[in-house]
Design a protein around this ligand. Sequence first.
Ligand code: DWN
Ligand code: SAH
Length: 412
Amino acid sequence: MPTCRICGSRLREFYDFGKQPLSDAFVPTDRVGEEFFYRLAVGICSSCTLVQLMEEVPRDKMFHEDYPYYSSGSVVMREHFEATARHFLATELTGPDPFIVEIGCNDGVMLGTVAAAGVPHLGVEPSGGVADVARSRGVSVLTDFFEEGTAERVRSEHGPADVVFSANTICHIPYLDSIFAGLDRLLKPGGVFVFEDPYWGDIVERTSFDQIYDEHYYYFTARSVQALARRYGFDLVDVTALPVHGGEIRYTVARKGARPVSGAVTDLIARENERGLTTDETLAAFGAAVTSVKNDLIALLTDLKAKGERVVAYGATAKSATVANLCGLGPGLVEFVCDTTPAKQGRLTPGTHIPVRPAEAFADPYPAYALLFAWNHAAEIMAKETAFSEAGGRWILYVPTVRAVEGKVDAT
Ligand code: DWN
Ligand code: SAH
């Protein structure tokens, strides 16, 4: 019987996405047939209500030297993380001996600003390629997975931290017992652990089921994070909703009793209970909505194909592996995917083998339809691709429902 990775209680599976490849394993054209597949299914803990994957993919298969996601690829995300860094510099890092650690610093999108301010910091990042880019920006990085042993090492070499920050990474880490043991070693008595991740409430509300893939092991609510923090001797002291990546929550966690708990925490948990975010009915309705989106997207793309229309996808996202593999979207339905990331270009999308081409291929010539795989960046992308809409092109969106639009941002 599959059990909760945190509390060991029974897990109830509520959606099976079937056989899926590693979401960020873009395939070199001479390596087709060598892909790793696993069963992507999502379940809920009957006791602590934490939503999680039913199967765990070994971490070294996902996060390594060639990990192809570079956080600085979006202007909006660059601005978001610069503001985050400035916030810490002005609040938590004003003492005599400041120190901030980031778990999963990627290419230094956040710590670059801290480094430029000359404030002591350390990124812990297992993916060597992105870590090297961070270093080239003046960021100090330890190329390793954060866990209890790493935290001990960081503490003995650098001293205790005021802030441990992590964006879009804690949900990637199944072994949270080791993470909290590490935080206990690393944080100053009054220090904070601040992390932001996709919010289960937004995933349910928008049927953004493509947030579910190998790298995203957990899907948090304030309620489940509060239970998690308490389990390891911490308190959830604040929550803030963020508009990025289709809806996230920033959680602030402190040692038990060290900081007052904001009313925002109790308010959000009360709202989650009212909405019934993890009830059997909600999970069944979510599953039904996923199946509708799947059927509608297949129908739309098949119809466009039959009419001889060109469809190109925009953004070779990790998320889109779930959509493309669930719907069986191959090069027969989607001509290619354009993406600004050199590490993805010239390769094929995982499992579905759609060619990935540079961004410039999009306009050469424009297709009739652009399937927006990077729907979470809709505002940024549509703003810079106005010539596509002006040429009569239409965007195909599938969050929260499948539709073709002319270039207005009603996506998220
Ligand atoms: O959690 C994760 C998030 C933060 O990043 C990781 N597990 C992996 C990754 O997920 P993703 O690939 O779904 O993230 P994005 O940010 O939606 O990916 C956007 C993709 O689109 C990138 O490959 C860059 C590309 N892009 C582009 O070609 N033109 C993005 C923008 C904004 C653009 O204008
Ligand atoms: N923080 C960035 C990157 C998110 S992608 C952003 O928000 O854009 C997830 C990152 O987590 C990857 O760079 C991956 O290499 C890293 N990661 C995965 N497991 C980790 C672990 N145990 N410790 C530290 N980083 C980890």
